[in-house]
Ligand binder design. Structure first.
Ligand code: IVH
Length: 677
């Protein structure tokens, strides 16, 4: 290599370092890359090549050196030349007005200018630049002594390794916050989940863990970010007059500084900024736990000075914490209006997100098992904005002995009906839809709607009143209501009471399809109810049909048939149905073959007695069987119809005694003929 080549190549390395640092700044800090990734990679590799040939040229600020070195056994202690202080906290409007009053009094001023900025929820660090080169980075520690984590901080692409200023200040200490952006946190947790690794509780914890890694190669794999909010020690650096001016200067030195910063006047200005930032809290790219107000003029800051460990010129106005620690006292099950069972953690009361929280949702069985939440566990609770508080995670190390894995109950805690969970569904449901108190209002509204039992005037207000007053628990109770009872309801007049009773009375006579629909069986809509009525011909066959039988009905698959079986297997539901029938809910036989080409006596049991002059017993038997019915010899409770011909004997008496419907020959014939309509 000639002398010229040598110098050119050395110069090229310097140029590459500068270019790459700029592209890093544009990409990581400005979020606005100016060259394609492939081009960046080419430049990066070119620099790596030169450095491989000339290791003696490698500089500490080379972008290829962000990650390197060996894992260490511990962190060295660092004394902060200027202590890293904490901030006084304010929580209420009054606290802030008080702060402003005190500042004005101390300064003897009428109105004071403040610089406002977000309070980042991360970890405070100090970055020392010696003649423009990052030489030492440390954590805040106790404010006086921190831990030296330079190698880890160097992996953060948003932190300049060299200040873009010529000549550089002799010494400049930048202070700011290391954090993980929300989007990076979510992506990280997604990867963790895919790899079966444990999830991080929140961005702050993930950042804290990463920053304290003894092996900086591990830190480098965690996407950390940095925001500058001030300076510490300065030598040969001319400070501006104001904090806002200082932040602008940090921007020109390529440090990320929150764009959500503003200069305001007086307490009103502070409170205005607070509301504004609170409103955008969720949409900010990073987590904040409040805002910070600082007297803007640096000389005034100096006048105000410090008390104990906090400046008198600044205050943090905190948002209500969104996450807090609590303990699970109990896991209870709530049953919703639609029968969905939701596990809910009863908690030791904790103040989070501005309110005291005593319960948090655990969503469903899978969620509880995924997080493995148990009674007795210490848990992180989160409540953001108006959302329902939830259990974020369990602190497994603090689990007491003798805890048990959570199991969803097999019986509904409200009504005791069986609980079922459909394949591929997260929700567990109570199958006692007709009976369950939790589902009463929903069930009654469904039952009475126009397309179901069509009880005119029975809307949600009235259903609420009837259920809340205890007059109606399940649908059959409707048919036993009296005018007097209705008059006891608020805003119920005689006319309305009579109208309602008339509408209820009218609904007793319905069709089988409407009746089936009115039961509110999951997955059984109007059309399915019509198909079921048509194909099965009666309620009894529907109630006893196997899933296989049910799947013979067009459009009825395993989901619908499974739901039907569950519903009719639940004794509570059967009881309610029996009561409805006993109270006179009925439908014409003709509606049992609403569809053409059906077997009108499908599943029916008939007994013949006496002489049938037109058909004769043999023909009658054959035609009944062809229509899907069965002819049996003796009358029992299970008999659907007794067909009584001339000179009928004691079977007629038995049928009457048992309440079995009696048909004469012509009625039988018209029933059979339904087949042709
Ligand atoms: S200024 C002398 N500005 O809050 C004032 N601190 O309680 C020093 N923090 O440890 C702090 N965002 O980690 C300042 N915009 C901000 C901040 C901020 C977050 C943290 C910082 C410090 C703590 C003080």
């Amino acid at each position: 290599m000639t002398e010229t080549d040598f110098r050119m190549s050395m110069e090229r390395a310097r140029e590459l370092r500068e270019q790459i640092a700029l592209y890093d700044y544009q990409y990581y800090v400005m979020d606005a890359p100016t060259i394609p990734d492939s081009e960046y990679d080419t430049l990066f590799r070119e620099l790596q090549d030169i450095e491989a040939r000339h290791p003696e040229w490698i500089t500490v600020d080379s972008p290829t050196r962000r990650v390197g070195g060996q894992p260490r056994t511990g962190f060295r202690e660092v004394q902060h030349q200027i202590p890293m202080l904490s901030l006084a906290n304010g929580f209420t409007e009054e606290d802030i007005r008080h702060f402003d009053r005190r500042v004005r009094d101390d300064l003897g001023m009428g109105e004071v200018e403040y610089a406002c900025e977000p309070k980042f929820d991360g970890l405070a660090v100090s970055l020392v630049y010696d003649r423009g080169i990052l030489v030492e980075g440390s954590t805040r520690g106790d404010g006086t002594t921190g831990e030296e984590v330079t190698a880890n901080l160097r992996t953060i692409a948003a932190i300049p390794l060299r200040l873009p200023q010529d000549p550089p200040p002799e010494r400049l200490e930048i202070r700011g916050e290391v954090l993980m952006l929300k989007k990076d946190f979510e992506a990280l947790n997604e990867t963790q989940a895919l790899e079966g690794e444990k999830l991080f509780v929140n961005p702050r914890n993930a950042a804290a863990g990463a920053l304290r890694q003894l092996d900086s190669r591990l830190t480098a794999r965690r996407p950390l970010f940095f925001y500058a909010y001030g300076v510490g020690e300065t030598v040969g650096f001319s400070l501006p007059d104001t904090h806002s001016g200082l932040l602008d200067q940090l921007v020109s030195l390529h440090f990320p500084v929150a764009i959500q910063r503003r200069v305001v006047m007086g307490a009103e200005g502070l409170l205005g900024f607070f509301s504004e930032l609170q409103a955008m809290r969720e949409s900010l790219p990073y987590q904040v736990d409040g805002v910070v107000y600082k007297v803007n003029h640096l000389p005034l800051q100096e006048t105000l000075g410090f008390v104990s460990r906090a400046p008198r010129f600044a205050i943090a106005h905190k948002f209500p914490a969104e996450e807090a620690l609590s303990e699970v006292l109990q896991i209870e099950i709530q049953v919703g209006r639609t029968g969905v069972l939701t596990p809910v953690a009863r908690l030791k009361p904790v103040f989070v997100g501005g309110v005291t929280v005593t319960n948090a949702t655990l969503h469903n069985e899978d969620e509880v098992q995924r997080k493995d939440v148990r009674v007795g566990d210490h848990v992180w609770i989160r409540r953001a904005g108006d959302v329902i508080p939830e259990v974020v995670s369990v602190i497994k190390d603090r689990r007491p002995v003798g805890t048990h894995l959570f199991r969803m109950p097999e019986q509904c805690p409200v009504c005791g009906s069986a609980v079922a969970r459909e394949e591929g569904e997260a929700a567990s449901r109570c199958t006692g839809g007709l009976y369950c108190q939790a589902q009463r209002k929903q069930a009654l509204l469904h039952f009475s709607q126009r397309r179901a039992m069509n009880i005119d005037g029975l809307g949600d207000k009235l259903v609420d009143a009837l259920v809340d007053s205890g007059l109606v628990k399940t649908a059959p109770d409707l048919y036993q209501l009296t005018v007097e009872q209705l008059l006891s309801l608020p805003r119920m007049g005689l006319k309305s009471a009579e109208n309602l009773l008339a509408a209820i009375e009218k609904s007793r006579f319905t069709t089988l399809a409407r009746f089936i629909f009115s039961l509110g069986i999951r997955h059984v809509g109007e059309a399915t109810a019509r198909d079921l009525a048509g194909y099965l011909g009666g309620l009894e066959p529907l109630m006893i049909a196997t899933e296989e039988d049910l799947q013979c009905v067009p459009d009825v698959g395993p989901v619908v048939s499974g739901s039907l079986r569950q519903f009719f297997c639940e004794p509570h539901n059967r009881e309610v149905i029996q009561r409805l029938l006993a109270l006179g809910v009925h439908w014409p036989a003709s509606s049992q073959g609403e569809q053409a080409g059906l077997r009108p006596l499908q599943g029916k049991s008939l007994v013949l007695t006496g002489t049938l002059p037109h058909m004769g017993r043999e023909e009658a038997k054959a035609r009944i069987e062809a229509a899907g019915g069965r002819v049996t010899a003796s009358v029992s409770r299970r008999t659907d119809f007794l067909v009584a011909g001339e000179a009928a004997g004691n079977k007629l008496d038995q049928a009457k005694a048992l309440g079995v419907a009696v048909l004469d020959e012509s009625q039988l014939m018209s029933l059979l003929e339904k087949k042709h309509t």
